[in-house]
Design a binder for this molecule. Structure first.
Ligand SMILES: C[S@@+](CC[C@H](N)C(=O)[O-])C[C@H]1O[C@@H](n2cnc3c(N)ncnc32)[C@H](O)[C@@H]1O
Length: 296
């Protein structure tokens, strides 16, 4: 081990300890890397997320308007329904979402009003009053074009039923799921034949300082040690080839894994990694990926 690896190995343990301690005292609290108080930034973030998904969706399906008229499911939407609002404005038929953490409760109404104003300024076709009414209905628990489901067991079959979804989106959430196998198995039940999955997965360590210095820090440790710091939502260390295997096992085809962010230095990406991540099938140079697949 080179000196730098020893340093990052030791420093990483401090960050794992800190993340575990925070989760005990604060629970899962900050889905975005900034707070909801910066409304403009949050709106920009949500729009970028959707535009990025739609870019990959167009490339994957070779269709300009695949979204239009589709029943959409977002897994792990985080702090607000901005993504759903924007997807509905772009023509999807129904926005469904499932999460285990109630992160939306404190989203200010002003966020949605400013988001609607933004949509109005860029899309003259958008039905702003209709979208506002749909938001008001979901907030009081009525049937709406927004169907936001909170379930501690994350049982998406119980939440949405069989063969109800055409398009699955997710952003920086799969890496937090407790049991990827079960989620993909349930996703196969929930999705109609021909459904498309577009999901960005953040493969890096999530602790802020060390993420910039040593993005692959969490892969330095053996499972038995890493698991001592487990808490609900801690990164599950699933690598791209594993996503591919799991998807294919559960009836998904044409799996495409596109690198969204990579390390600059290939050799450094493997330096000091635990044996389980030392083989190049792990693609340790991939820091963030877009998973695309089609349900058979
Ligand atoms: C980093 S946030 C991303 C949120 C949102 N997609 C965004 O980009 O801002 C991760 C999301 O995964 C959800 N999540 C965390 N742990 C989870 C778990 N064990 N099962 C299901 N969802 C989980 C969180 O509640 C949150 O919505």
């Amino acid at each position: 081990m080179v000196l730098q690896d020893i340093f990052f190995h030791v420093a990483g343990i401090a960050f794992l300890t800190s993340a575990k301690t925070k989760s005990i005292f604060r629970g899962y609290s900050s889905p975005k890397p900034f707070g909801m108080s910066d409304i403009e930034k949050c709106i920009r973030y949500d729009i970028n997320v959707v535009e990025n998904w739609l870019f990959h969706l167009r490339k994957y399906t070779n269709e300009a308007d695949f979204l239009v008229g589709k029943d959409v499911l977002e897994l792990g939407p985080g702090s607000d329904l901005g993504v759903g609002l924007y997807l509905l404005a772009q023509g999807c038929s129904q926005y469904n979402a499932c999460d285990v953490n109630d992160l939306m409760a404190s989203t200010p109404d002003d966020f949605y009003e400013q988001f609607l104003a933004k949509i109005k300024s860029t899309n003259s076709q958008a039905k702003i009053d209709f979208l506002r009414t749909q938001l008001q209905e979901v907030k009081v628990g009525n049937l709406s074009k927004f169907n936001y489901v909170l379930r501690d067991d994350f049982n998406i079959v119980a939440a949405f039923g069989k063969a109800t979804i055409d398009l699955v989106f997710s952003q920086a959430a799969f890496e937090h799921f407790d049991d990827i196998n079960t989620t993909f198995s349930q996703l196969s039940t929930v999705c109609r034949s021909g459904a498309v999955l577009i999901s960005q997965v953040d493969l890096q360590t999530h602790s802020r300082w060390i993420r910039r210095q040593d993005p692959n820090n969490i892969y330095r440790y053996p499972s038995w040690f890493y698991n001592m710091f487990w808490f609900r939502g801690s990164p599950n260390r699933i690598r791209p080839y594993q996503y591919q295997e799991i998807l294919e096992r559960h009836g998904w085809t044409d799996v495409s894994i596109v690198a969204v962010e990579t390390t600059k230095d290939y050799n450094q990406a493997y330096s000091g990694m635990n044996n389980a991540f030392a083989d190049n099938k792990n693609q340790m140079e991939y820091l963030s990926i877009m998973l695309c697949a089609r349900k058979v």
